[in-house]
Ligand binder design. Structure first.
Ligand SMILES: [Fe+2]
Length: 185
């Protein structure tokens, strides 16, 4: 979790606090990848998804809206624009790994079409140790993940949906489809 080792793109717009979050998410993905003995290509995809997912998290809303114009996110709430905006920018810069692009684009909402990279990023974003809530439960899930990737993913999807409902926030259709795809129903 060395902040100096974290290479953000030149176009990133992140506060110091955000940069620390990105570093923790990326470190967690690196740790899981090592514990799960992923291939170097898979491990690199996980690392890059973590490193890049919030690269535009602190960019102005107007700028983000401009970047997602003409896409499915054109009318989305402000809080979900940074993922698709970063994915669009990455594509323009030549990123071709579908798993990385899907992971970054949908990391706030969730998407049932995710491969392991998208699923791992979704979990790392939620389970990273800097968040203050449910420390014990999240730490447990994080340590369990290399042995039970699918089980922990299901649990994280459920916890995030529960939080959204408790806060009285609307659910995205893609989040519901994701839950139905892992709920075993
Ligand atoms: Fe994040």
């Amino acid at each position: 979790m060395e902040p100096a080792a974290l290479q953000l793109p030149s176009w990133a717009q992140v506060s110091e606090k955000r940069r620390a979050h990105i570093a923790r998410v990326t470190a967690l993905l690196d740790r899981w990848a090592a514990e799960m003995s992923l291939t170097s290509g898979e491990a690199q995809a996980w690392h890059d998804a973590g490193r890049l997912h919030d690269a535009l998290r602190d960019a102005p809303e107007a700028e983000l809206r401009q970047m997602v114009r003409g896409t499915a996110f054109a009318d989305s709430p402000a809080g979900v624009l940074h993922g698709p905006a970063a994915a669009a920018r990455l594509e323009r810069e030549g990123e071709t790994r579908t798993g990385v692009l899907l992971a970054v684009r949908w990391h706030t909402v969730g998407n049932a079409a995710w491969d392991q990279t998208g699923r791992a990023l979704f979990m790392a974003d939620f389970l990273e140790p800097g968040r203050g809530f449910l420390r014990h439960d999240r730490g447990f899930l994080s340590s369990l993940l290399p042995r039970d990737f699918d089980g922990v993913f299901r649990q994280v999807v459920r916890m995030r949906l529960e939080w959204t409902l408790r806060e009285g926030k609307p659910l995205f259709p893609e989040s519901i489809v994701l839950w139905n795809s892992v709920s075993g129903a």
